[in-house]
Design a protein around this ligand. Structure first.
Ligand code: FES
Length: 263
């Protein structure tokens, strides 16, 4: 497939968004993927030409980051986190189950072209482990059964809503969003929920707050009377909070139960 003039214009538009045009390479590669289904040799040549860099430099970036694919992708990219926390919480089981159910290995696409399966690294959603991603949208607290149900819906073309994010479109459409062309779905679904906000809720209950930017700067500069006072104040607050936590741990139900046993 040959890149159209429209795509080349959009690539130039991306290059023009940055003071240093080569900074646009990452979104440009996402746009290539949205059009071609992967980073093609032609895409590499066109990016290099627009940015005035070598094809080898573009290729070096495209082969370094795992979000860029040199082989054609399926309609949907299904990622299963098998990093430490997700793995022990069931990610490994989910990945094995999906490999068998879809009859593919890692980084392979189903015969119908609908799903490319990949085991992925931590997506910073460990509080919802085990996590799956469909076209980089989150699916939290998955099980082998829910994972199978999810991929079956995708293959059947049913509407699927991410746990914390937008309605699933397709990998190519998601790549266009990553390139910097919005699809109007950005506000769909909750962005944060549950365990991600637990710390914030505890802080609100206890009246804890982060220091202001000025206080933080003073505390980190480490000199002067005012700074010393601020540092002392911040350190005292940290000590108080630590002491409260330690007190809570000392009074944990497990300890209380153990005391009862000892008696
Ligand atoms: S280990 Fe899976 S999201 Fe962090």
């Amino acid at each position: 497939m040959t890149l159209t003039d429209l795509t080349k214009d959009e690539l130039r538009e991306l290059a023009g968004r940055y003071p240093q045009s080569r900074s646009a390479l990452l979104p440009m590669l996402h746009l290539i993927q949205s059009v071609e289904g992967n980073v093609t040799n032609e895409g590499i040549e066109v990016c290099a030409d627009i940015l005035g860099i070598s094809a080898a430099e573009v290729s070096g970036v495209a082969t370094f980051y795992t979000m860029y694919k040199r082989r054609p992708m399926g309609e949907h990219h299904v990622g299963v986190c098998t990093n430490t926390l997700c793995a022990v919480m069931g990610g490994d089981l989910i990945f094995e189950r999906l490999k068998g159910h879809l009859d593919v290995g890692n980084d392979e696409t189903t015969e119908d072209g609908k799903v490319t399966l990949e085991h992925i690294e931590c997506n910073a959603a460990c509080d919802f482990a085990p996590v799956m991603m469909v076209n980089w949208e989150f699916f939290d607290n998955q099980t082998p059964d829910s994972a199978v149900e999810l991929v079956d819906k995708l293959r059947a073309g049913e509407t699927v809503q991410a746990t914390r994010g937008a309605t699933i479109t397709s990998w190519r459409e998601a790549e266009r969003v990553l390139a910097g062309f919005e699809d109007g779905l950005v506000d769909e679904g909750p962005a944060a929920a549950g365990p991600s906000l637990a710390g914030l809720e505890i802080a609100a209950e206890r009246g804890w707050s982060a220091p202001s930017v000025d206080e933080a700067k003073q505390a980190s500069s480490g000199s002067g009377d005012a700074t010393s006072d601020t540092k002392t104040g911040a350190a005292e607050q940290a000590d108080t909070q630590r002491a409260e936590t330690e007190t809570k741990v000392e009074e944990s139900p497990a300890d209380t139960a153990k005391e009862g046993e000892d008696d």
